[in-house]
Design a protein around this ligand. Structure first.
Ligand code: HEC
Ligand code: HEC
Length: 162
């Protein structure tokens, strides 16, 4: 079955390309496509979380319930909310590791894996406040820099393998 074999080879190659593109994107530390409305509306109470960190389905749920938003009222103009949702969905992440029942990025498998070297008791430390407070450590995140080089843990805090 020559045709089948070719197909298998082709799919293997395709998987390879997709896989390495994703790995590359993660190494780049998330380059965030800019959108002024998103940055303004979703960056006023906390940093505007990168769209890639949740699935389109999760973003739809977040945006569908802004009146009861993680204990806050984040309601906004319906047109703005719908434009922002379009943007979030266009750049959303995919796969189970980018969703969580709580709709929190900080509860996703992706997050837990990336932060496995952060000692657990740090998350509730008063200098961090919560895992949602990304900028406590990712000090250049507001400029779109989520890379390892942009991480400054508060003094005295160290990763587990240091
Ligand atoms: C009125 C203030 C306010 C606005 C505006 C706001 N949020 Fe939030 N958001 C919060 C609070 C408070 C939390 C919970 C933070 C915590 O638990 O420490 C939160 C948490 C989140 C989380 C979960 C963070 C985690 O732990 O992973 C996501 C996702 C989120 N917001 C997305 C958005 C998006 C998208 C927008 C814009 C449409 C937005 N927020 C606008 C107040 C706001
Ligand atoms: C307590 C400090 C701290 C907080 C708070 C924190 N992070 Fe991190 N983050 C880290 C550390 C430490 C690493 C791991 C770096 C490594 O393994 O070299 C990391 C890794 C990452 C990476 C991968 C960086 C790379 O290029 O390898 C991303 C992206 C990221 N965090 C996003 C977030 C987001 C989004 C939030 C908020 C929802 C957040 N982080 C909250 C400390 C923190």
């Amino acid at each position: 079955m020559k045709a089948n074999k070719t197909l298998v080879t082709w799919f293997t190659a395709l998987g390879f390309v997709v896989g390495s593109t994703l790995a590359h994107a993660e190494r780049e530390g998330l380059s965030v496509p800019q959108n002024p409305k998103w940055k303004e509306e979703c960056g006023s109470c906390h940093i505007a979380y990168p769209p890639q960190l949740l699935t389109a389905d999760s973003w739809e749920q977040v945006m569908g319930n802004l009146g009861k938003h993680f204990g806050a009222n984040a309601s906004m103009d319906a047109k703005d909310a719908s434009d922002i949702l379009d943007y979030l969905k266009r750049h959303a992440g995919s796969g189970d590791r980018h969703s969580a029942a709580s709709l929190r990025i900080s509860d996703t498998q992706w997050f837990k894996r990336e932060h496995r070297e952060v000692p657990r008791n740090y998350w509730a430390d008063k200098r961090i406040k919560s895992a949602s407070n990304c900028t406590a450590c990712h000090v250049n995140a507001a400029r779109g820099d989520w890379s390892e080089h942009g991480i400054r843990m508060p003094s005295g805090m160290r990763m587990e393998d240091d």
